[in-house]
Design a protein around this ligand. Structure first.
Ligand SMILES: Nc1nc2c(ncn2[C@@H]2O[C@H](COP(=O)(O)OP(=O)(O)OP(=O)(O)O)[C@@H](O)[C@H]2O)c(=O)[nH]1
Ligand SMILES: [Mg+2]
Length: 335
């Protein structure tokens, strides 16, 4: 999924800095003939560090970064002066970024928190200066340690989709259409099931320059847990959203039943999915006249017993402001 500006996969070559050499300097001063060894230690090489940043949503900013090299440590000097440490290099990534070894595909670690820092390749240690090696039999060692070499690695950064709100619904419910009217995302929309095969993300601009992220995923059908339709493997993309938006079209035979089937499929995937906040949205309500709508409302109030629901139409742009308000409220109570 690397179309447009939504980049969720990059390969980068990283290298730490090498450690500085220890110095083998011998102290010399007027009137002091044998001042002894005074060579300082080499500085440590720079690390390459991966750091979580909650303001990033994709890996787009790293799309053209092919190499990242930290600085080398400085060499030790006379008078036991230590070399400077090499400059550390930071790779800032969105939360939910998984770091893998490119050759083995092994997961090295995952960044999940803002400000979290993990050293990807450690800088080489600086070598010790000669004054460390003074012994009773050798008062003037000319030996000092070299610095340790840098560490190189080819890595992959992969982003698991992390959004605030996940859309859940049967195929054709209008999920992608809703994403396209709430955000500037341009997902594929069509009048047949399983139009969406991969998740799409969109950013909803909310009042006063606030925003939240919605993930549109493929449709779920009854039996997804047994592999029907596209199965339920892609539900991992909404596993960490705090709020789930269930979309059931107004022309569904039995709205409550459809909602319950969806809920049951989520439960079978991972019972913790039911701990999230839920909102039921009846989509395509431009197909209803006022009379039908108020009849449905009466019935839903009775049947749903307090589950919050809203009527919307993406096509007729109805109920969208209320929907944004409601989602914003749910997201912010949660925090
Ligand atoms: N009348 C009406 N039709 C809609 C509305 N929203 C979506 N549709 C239509 O419903 C069909 C399915 O829309 P999609 O947005 O592709 O549905 P989806 O839930 O993303 O479907 P999958 O990706 O297959 O799971 C399309 O023909 C849309 O034009 C709406 O508000 N009113
Ligand atoms: Mg779709």
């Amino acid at each position: 999924m690397t179309e447009g500006n939504f980049v969720d996969y990059v390969k980068i070559y990283v290298s730490s800095g090498k450690g500085g050499k220890g110095s083998s300097h011998l102290h010399r001063e007027k009137f002091i003939e044998k001042g002894g060894p005074d060579g300082g230690d080499g500085g440590r090489g720079g690390h390459v560090i991966v750091k979580g940043n909650k303001n990033l949503w994709t890996l787009f900013h790293l799309k053209f970064t092919k190499h990242v090299k930290a600085g080398h440590g400085g060499d030790g000097g006379s008078s036991r002066s230590t070399g400077h440490d090499g400059e550390d290099k930071y790779l800032e990534v969105p939360l939910g970024t998984v770091v893998k070894d490119k050759d083995t595909d092994e997961v090295l670690f995952e960044i999940t928190e803002d400000g979290e820092e993990i050293i990807l390749v450690e800088g080489g240690k600086g070598g010790l200066g000669n004054w460390h090696f003074r012994t009773s039999t050798n008062q003037t060692p000319r030996y000092a340690q070299p610095g340790m070499p840098p560490i190189e690695a080819d890595i992959i950064l992969e982003l698991k989709v992390l959004a605030d709100v996940g859309l859940v619904g049967f195929p054709n419910a209008g999920k992608s259409t809703l994403l396209s009217v709430l955000t500037s995302a341009k997902p594929k929309i069509a009048d047949y099931p399983f139009t969406t095969l991969k998740p799409n993300l969109g950013i909803v601009a909310y009042r006063d320059f606030q925003s939240f992220v919605i993930a549109d995923i493929p449709g779920i059908i009854e039996g997804a847990a047994e592999g029907k339709g596209l199965g339920h493997y892609f539900l991992r993309h909404i596993e960490r959203n705090s709020t789930l938006l269930f979309l059931v079209p107004a022309d569904a035979k039995d709205i409550k039943k459809e909602y319950e089937i969806l809920l049951d499929e989520l439960r079978r995937y991972n019972p913790e999915m039911l701990d999230k906040d839920r909102l039921l949205v009846i989509s395509k309500c431009d197909m209803l006249d006022d009379e039908l709508k108020s009849e449905m409302k009466k019935q839903l109030d009775k049947e749903l017993k307090g589950i919050p629901y809203l009527f919307i139409s993406s096509v007729a742009q109805q109920g969208l402001t209320e929907l944004k308000d409601k989602l914003w409220q749910m997201l912010n109570i949660e925090v």
